[in-house]
Design a protein around this ligand. Structure first.
Ligand SMILES: [Zn+2]
Length: 82
């Protein structure tokens, strides 16, 4: 690997872990098979408890991690994605 800026071979690779939070959503099949009657039961029997749970329970989130390789040039300090 050579630096695209100064064409030096004095470069090192770094593994960078990037993470982003994604809200967890139920998929279409969950709504088709479980969602609709579960919502009816919930609204008929558990409206008030469900509302309380909704207020106090934390938002469901999924952690998505992606690894990217970053190259760093020691000659000119330029860094770029592989
Ligand atoms: Zn360079």
């Amino acid at each position: 690997m050579t630096c695209p800026k100064c064409h030096s071979t004095n470069v090192t690779a770094q593994i960078v872990t990037e993470s982003e939070l994604k809200n967890a959503h139920h998929n279409v099949f969950w709504w088709l098979f479980i969602g609709w009657w579960w919502m009816i039961i919930k609204w008929v029997f558990l409206t008030i408890p469900a509302l309380i749970i909704k207020i106090f329970s934390p938002k469901r989130q999924k952690l998505k991690q992606t690894q990217t390789t970053m190259w760093v040039c020691h000659q000119c300090g330029h860094n770029w994605r592989a």
